[in-house]
Design a protein around this ligand. Structure first.
Ligand SMILES: Nc1ncnc2c1ncn2[C@@H]1O[C@H](COP(=O)(O)OP(=O)(O)OP(=O)(O)O)[C@@H](O)[C@H]1O
Ligand SMILES: [Mg+2]
Length: 247
């Protein structure tokens, strides 16, 4: 299996070199856990270190804020956009699609139309630029509209299939609200090729960040919780350290 390095210090060691080429990986984490930073770091490194064009599809943050936030980490997103190495697509307008979309006698519901639009936008832009890496950040607002399990599975499968068909190595982020022990494994975690979880714990008032590669089909990897930090150069993982202290 060919590997695609994320360029995130420590994480590639946990992965034995990088993410499996052409696969679709789910990135789960709570608010402020670093999902967006990780996504941009993956694309930025791809463009700058490995000569791979990247596509970032935003369903939340505005591209203006994204460029500002990332510049605090020393990443000139705009420069890469101007050089054609990174394309940022603001897909958030699809969230304003009306409840029912009528095309002649045919009627399609909001959530399905949103998912179809997302897939079409992503495919079109990825093909135009010859993207090798894609980040979709985040799909939570879309999939929360599918309370029915089988409908949710189908919608997610359509998205994963479209991403995989492009042959790109892709990260899809989702929001995690519950803590590690309380959380229910969602359909999207079963359906993706790999799952990386960004956990945030509080220990006597101290914030502890830990990353876990929950699954990564086709490669052997470290599956333990490892501490990570977000600093002025982005995310760094400490693959030799443990977050669990023995007493
Ligand atoms: N320049 C920086 N130096 C150190 N830490 C930073 C810096 N910029 C951001 N951070 C940290 O990263 C966090 C934001 O990360 P990010 O936006 O990737 O989170 P997220 O998981 O995408 O959150 P959300 O669910 O709200 O979209 C901030 O809350 C802060 O703790
Ligand atoms: Mg984010």
């Amino acid at each position: 299996m060919k590997k695609v390095p994320t360029g995130v210090k420590g994480l590639d060691d946990m992965l034995g070199g990088g993410l499996p080429l052409g696969r679709c990986i789910l990135v789960c984490g709570g608010p402020g856990s670093g999902k967006t930073i990780f996504g941009i770091q993956f694309l930025y490194n791809g463009a700058v270190k490995y000569g791979e064009t990247g596509l970032y599809v935003s369903l939340g943050e505005s591209p203006i804020h994204l460029r500002e936030d990332m510049s605090s980490l020393g990443w000139d997103v705009e420069r890469l956009e101007k050089d054609g190495k990174l394309v940022v697509v603001d897909a958030s307008p699809i969230r304003t699609i009306p409840e029912q979309v009528k095309i002649g006698d045919f009627s399609i519901g909001k959530r399905d139309f949103e998912m179809l639009s997302l897939i079409e936008i992503m495919k079109k832009r990825a093909e135009e630029i010859g993207a090798k890496r894609i980040v979709i950040d985040s799909i939570s607002s879309l999939i929360v509209q599918y309370p029915d399990d089988s409908e949710r599975r189908n919608a997610i499968l359509d998205l994963f299939e479209a991403v995989t068909d492009l042959g790109t190595t892709s990260l899809i982020t989702t929001e995690l609200r519950a803590t590690a022990l309380e959380r229910q494994i969602q359909a999207e975690e079963f359906l993706s090729h790999g799952v990386i979880v960004f956990h945030t714990f509080s220990d006597s008032g101290r914030l502890i960040r830990a990353i876990q590669i929950e699954k990564m089909r086709g490669i052997s990897h470290d599956n333990q919780l490892r501490p990570y930090k977000i600093h002025e150069n982005g995310i760094e993982v400490f693959p030799k350290e443990s977050v669990l202290t023995s007493t």
